[in-house]
Design a binder for this molecule. Structure first.
Ligand SMILES: *Cc1c(COP(=O)(O)O)cnc(C)c1O
Length: 480
């Protein structure tokens, strides 16, 4: 493909994407394929001779599209949203076009510097304490990670490194191996599985903290576990709080947990992967109160802030803590300017070396929506969740299972888990809408998350009619 063909095919591709997104509602939200379906539709080996672009696009229709779950369909209510907007799509195109790998300042100064400024812009939108921002006299700063899972892992590894240092500072005779074997981390029993996985990869013990009636971790409970563990000779060093848990969007009580962690030398990381975007609205910002006690904070603009995957924003209070944990300096990555201390080399802040120019997506979206536009998006989606909640509450056969704070509604048919499992089976089989379940207090619960940017009230009303119709059929089939 030469530049002339690229110009032509590129314009066609933009049209293809715009058509896809404009007509997405007409498709079944969930694909009708069996595992292994694709294997039968394409050759078993790569072609020896070059093929034409036209043939490939025909196969996109024939092979790929039938196997797509349409995450941006307004009939998609599963998991949590994944961001998408036209400015972000275009910025991603530019990012691929420039195609730089911004691991150090010198590897592409704009890539590093725009990221630093965008994380400060975003940090200010969230009213993060100044100590987390780079453009202040503090020692903090922000970085784009690929995912919340990586941010959690990075924070855990930094905390592990710091813990070894402070324990040895108190008792120089203790070996690193001895300390590492005694470290214990904590997180909510409602935390995302990636948190437990971080401990697995970081090779430290992690204990699950039980939650209260609102599925939130409270200070009392954590304090008791920390005291027990210290008495048993363990070294508590890390707590991952969740703001907006994946099952029910619950909020750990960080204003009371933070001081406990600070007193006990426990690194507090906050995972607000989904809920974080809402904190740009003043009315939801109180949910972030207590962040001032945290050592690190992360959320995913690629979930709810109109930015396409991947873009996970992470801030630390002491950038030396994470840089210190991962620093490697081979000669081929050194550059003249790093000695000045004025430049950021983001490779020290993350696990991989390579990194894309992801801050372009933030810059385009922040400017084309403005803070007001993004706030309007969040408010509209919370409003749609409240609308769905009132439909559920008005129907005596159903119950709401957790407080609806943002864009997630947890609900179920009153009755057995089996009944609700059967309802979800019917919903999935119909391919009209897409939902996933969760478990709360041993109950099988359906999660209804407002996801697509183009979701409107009529989609909520249609979804509810559909659910109640299936529930009606199901209850008719039940033996009395
Ligand atoms: C979605 C989610 C994650 C995982 O996000 P990734 O960016 O895919 O790693 C982690 N924690 C919570 C609370 C989430 O909702």
């Amino acid at each position: 493909m030469d530049a002339a063909e690229f110009r032509c095919r590129g314009k066609e591709m933009v049209d293809y994407i715009a058509d896809y997104l404009e007509k997405i509602e007409e498709q079944s939200v969930y694909p009708d394929v069996e595992p292994g379906y694709l294997h039968h539709l394409i050759p078993t080996e790569a072609p020896l001779e070059p093929e034409g672009f036209g043939e490939i696009m025909q196969d996109v229709e024939k092979v790929i599209m039938p196997g797509i779950t349409h995450w941006h369909s307004p009939r998609f209510f599963a998991y949590f949203p994944t961001g998408s907007s036209y400015p972000a799509l275009l910025a991603d195109m530019l990012c691929s076009g420039i195609g730089c790998i911004g691991f150090s300042w010198a590897a592409s100064p704009a890539c590093t510097e725009l990221e630093t400024v965008m994380l400060d812009w975003l940090g200010k939108m969230l009213q993060l304490p100044e100590c987390f921002l780079a453009g202040t006299h503090g020692r903090g700063g922000g970085v784009i990670q690929s995912t919340a899972s990586e941010a959690t892992l990075v924070s855990l590894l930094a905390a592990r490194c710091k813990a070894v240092r402070w324990v040895q500072a108190e008792d120089a005779t203790r070996s690193e191996a001895d300390i590492l074997s005694k470290l214990v981390a904590y997180t909510s029993e409602q935390a995302h599985s990636s948190v437990e996985r971080a401990a697995l990869i970081g090779a430290v013990l992690m204990r699950k903290v039980p939650t209260d009636d609102n599925y939130a971790v409270r200070e009392e409970t954590l304090k008791k576990m920390v005291e027990e563990d210290k008495a048993a000779g363990l070294i508590p060093f890390y707590f991952c709080a969740t703001l907006g848990t994946t099952p029910s969007c619950a909020f750990d009580c960080i204003p009371e947990l933070g001081p406990l962690c600070n007193r006990e030398n426990i690194w507090m990381h906050i995972d607000a992967a989904y809920a974080g975007s809402a904190f740009i609205c003043p009315e939801f910002r109180p949910l972030l109160n207590g962040v001032e006690y945290a050592d690190s904070f992360n959320f995913n603009p690629h979930k709810w802030l109109l930015i396409n995957f991947d873009c996970s924003a992470m801030w630390v209070k002491e950038r030396a803590d994470i840089i210190g944990a991962f620093k490697m300096e081979p000669l081929y990555l050194k550059h003249e300017n790093q000695e000045s201390g004025l430049v950021t080399d983001y490779r020290h802040w993350q696990i991989p070396l390579g990194r894309r120019f992801r801050s372009l997506k933030m810059w385009f979206v922040f400017r084309m929506y403005g803070i007001k536009g993004m706030q309007a998006h969040i408010r509209k989606q919370v409003g749609l969740a409240k609308e769905f909640e009132s439909l559920v509450r008005a129907d005596k056969r159903f119950e709401i299972c957790a407080e609806v704070v943002l864009g997630l509604v947890c609900f179920r048919l009153k009755g057995s888990n089996e009944l609700n499992q059967n309802l979800l089976k019917k919903i999935t089989k119909s391919r009209e809408i897409h939902l996933v379940p969760c478990q709360l207090s041993g109950l099988f619960v359906l999660r209804f998350a407002i996801c697509a940017r183009k979701t409107e009230s009529r989609h909520i009303q249609q979804a509810w009619r559909h659910i109640t119709q299936l529930a009606f059929e199901l209850l008719q089939e039940q033996p009395h």
